[in-house]
Design a binder for this molecule. Structure first.
Ligand code: HEC
Length: 139
């Protein structure tokens, strides 16, 4: 009888935990990814490398999985806070969070490209990203 009670207890704990997780953003999600989702970036952008896939793909909005190998982190920060232009246009959406969140977000995005580069070719993941990080981020 004790065993049955323990089993039922364990099951209900699991069910409660499952329901809780389904409603919350999972705690395993990196901070940068949470900020990305909370700031509505994911309503326009997919980031397939992080499993963020839009139900309806928007042709005019780039996937950001590899953006770190194309753009400097410092530029991305300025671009998404509308202080810089890309192809003569400002970003459609201004990031409204704190500077700290902005940095966490961009670090996460850029980090995805590093991972991609390491996956595909070991030589590509040199220090391009870290270099720009330390030289350009403060200006
Ligand atoms: C309303 C839709 C929309 C939202 C919301 C949005 N973006 Fe964008 N974003 C775009 C479009 C469209 C472009 C392409 C602009 C261009 O190429 O000139 C873009 C471009 C970018 C780029 C450059 C990508 C590249 O490959 O050139 C980055 C980085 C970016 N967005 C990050 C973000 C982040 C981070 C957020 C959340 C804070 C966000 N975006 C929210 C529409 C959106």
């Amino acid at each position: 009888m004790k065993k049955v009670t323990a089993y039922l207890l364990a099951m209900s704990v699991l069910i409660v935990l499952y329901g809780f997780q389904a409603n919350q953003i999972n705690d395993d999600v990196p901070a940068g990814e949470k900020i990305f989702i909370e700031n509505k970036c994911a309503t326009c952008h997919s980031v397939e490398a992080a499993g963020i896939i839009l139900k309806k793909k928007k042709k005019t909005v780039p996937d950001l999985s590899d953006v770190g190998s194309k753009l400097e982190p410092a530029f991305i920060m300025k671009f998404i806070t509308k202080q810089e232009t890309l192809n003569d246009a400002k970003h459609m959406y201004g990031f409204k969070g704190s500077d700290e969140d902005l940095k966490t977000l961009v670090d996460w995005l850029v980090g995805l490209s590093k991972q991609n580069a390491m996956d595909s070719s070991a030589t590509k993941c040199d220090s391009t990203v870290t270099k720009s990080d330390s030289t350009k981020i403060n200006n």
